[in-house]
Unconditional design. Sequence first.
Length: 413
Amino acid sequence: MADFTAQLRPATLETYAAFWRSIFEVFGDDPSGPFQEEPAPIAELDRSLGLWEGDRVVATAGIYSLEMTVPGGVVPCAGVTWITVSPTHRRQGVLTSIMRRQLTDLHEQQREPVAGLWAAEYPIYGHYGYAPATWRGGLSGSSARLAVRKDVEAGKGRVTLVTEDEYRPAAVALYDAIRREVPGSMARDDRWWDRTLRDPKEDRNGYTARRYVLHTEPDGEVTGYAAYRVKSSWTDSSEPDSTLSIEDVRAVTTPAYAALWQYLLSIDLVRHVRYPMAADDDPVRHLLADARSLHSSPVDALWLRLVDVDRALEARRYPAPIDLVLEVRDRFCPWNEGRWRLTGHPSGARCRRTDRDPDLVVDVEALAAAYLGGVSLATLLAAGRVEEVSPGAITLAATAFGWPVSPWCAEEF
């Protein structure tokens, strides 16, 4: 295959419109929205890559500069986005050139030690060391069977419908506190909140404009929020048959969380409830009187890639002490190949090269999958992605890489 690395160059303000149109073409859509002629505020053109053939853009890529929560801390994360290759240039090495250029630049510039993306197709990105590290639950159910248990304490606060202007400052403060406890969550500045709250009518797919609610304690403290939409529908016999689509539910106390769900599950005329971006193990299941009534269709969400194994493993914390040698296999990023001694505990970690014999042999994809604590290294051992050399090493590693809060990323990019 050809190497296109040297031909890749960033888009500019002058070439942005053509660059952007080419993305829509590959995804089989017509350009829409307000940012067709000039980039959105979150766009970083200096971190974009394009392959031009004359005036035509035949491949695109980009990176957002993000901050991601990891077990016990936060880490800069390169949010890989805008990945397209024109059908005229498939299977010629273009995507490989893009992936190599991005990862090599990140490594040589010592920027983000971790990269993340949302995969349009599952089989592609494992070739480049990415692996799914968070899952979305795809929750759904019939409102007739969904109800919060009667013994759940919902507190003395109240749930109130509010405007976006009332919702935003309260949600910003709560989100920033909550996201620091949930691995996989991304920080949001004003630009990202603008993006999150955009609500163009053409993107609603028959649903209402977004509705916002806050949960407020008797003393005025806001302890939870939710956002949702409703699609109105009626049966042929004039019975209500509407669908509630929940976009976000977060709270800092259990009573506030329960009160928000009591509200959501009692909205008039709703017969179907869906929460597609819920965490795979969202606690709502344990609030319900009939947990079997809530159906889950989990699917991969955020994929991760450890750009620099040592810096990435040092950035997170380990709930149980670990002192093991990992022999890392990484065909795509040779600087990660070799043996690394990882020592870690709840307050810090250190990862350095070593000549010691390995305790575990692990693919870099397996490390990425386990990085946020959502996939057990023992499970990956059973799948042949990890090899145990020292007896008992997998138990120590799986315990240390675990985390009490399951990872979740609701920030699609």
